[in-house]
Design a protein around this ligand. Sequence first.
Ligand code: KIV
Length: 269
Amino acid sequence: MTEAPRKKTLLDIQRMKAQGEKITVLTAYDYPFARIMDSAGIDMILVGDSLGSVVAGYDTTLPVTMDEMLYHSRAVVRGVASALVISDMPFLSYQVDLSDAKRNAGRLIKEGGAQAVKLEGGENIAPTIRAIVEMDIPVVGHIGLTPQSIHRMGGYRVQGRQEEQARQLLADAKAVEAAGAFAVVLEGIPAALAREITAALTIPTIGIGAGVDCDGQVLVIHDILGLCEKYSPKFVKRFADVSGTIRQGIDDYIVDVKQGSFPGDEHSF
Ligand code: KIV
C-alpha cells in the first residue's frame, strides 16, 4: 500500500531556508491545476489574487472579492495532498480595519481551507500581520512591486532602484518578519537588493522578478505555461506552450464535428 503524502507545514518551509534548499511556489486557481502541481511535488501553492487578471480577465487585481478568493481556494484545496496552500487577501479585505482583516483572514482558513494567508505591504501593514498571526493564522508578507498598489506606483514598475526606496524595502522586510510572517514575497525588485534582504532575514524570501538569490521562487502558472498572452513580464520564463496545444485540440474538434467524423461509433451508444 502506498502511503498518503504528508502535508507540508510552515516548519518544513522554514527548515528549507535553514538547509539552503530552494522553495518552489506556483499559483493555482482550480482543482485540476492544483492536482497536477501537487503531484509534481511543488512546495507551496498560492491562490493568488492574480486570478483577477489571468482567470477573470480584469486589467488589475483590484476588483477581486473575498467570495471569489474563497471559491477558488476551496477548489485548489480539494486538489492538494501535500503542498502548503496560501490564499491571497484581496484588496479591501484587510486595509480598512483590523477586525475586518482578522475576520477575512479567518474565513480564508475556515471556509477556504487554506493553511496561510498573504497580505501586501511592509511597515504600514505590520500591525495587521501581527493581529492575524496572534489568531494563530500563518502569514506570508509581500513587498516591492505590490499589484494592489498599482495606482500609487503609477504602473507595474520595478521598486527599490533608488537608495531611499531600497532602504525602505529593507525596513519593510524586517517589519514583516518582526510582525510574525513566516515568509515574504519579494516582487519586482533589483536582484542585489533581494540578495541583501534575503541575507538580513531569518524567514524565507520568495522571489518573483527578484533574482536568483531569494530562498524560493513563485510564478503565475498561466505565465509559465503560455496560457496568458496579454502580459509577458521580463521575469517570466515560459516552460511550455499550452495555448498552442489547446488551440490545436479545439481546431481538430471543430473540423471533426463539421465533417461529421465525430462522434464515431466508439463514442455512440
Ligand atoms: O497574486 C499573485 O499571484 C501573487 C504572486 C504573483 C506573488 O501575488
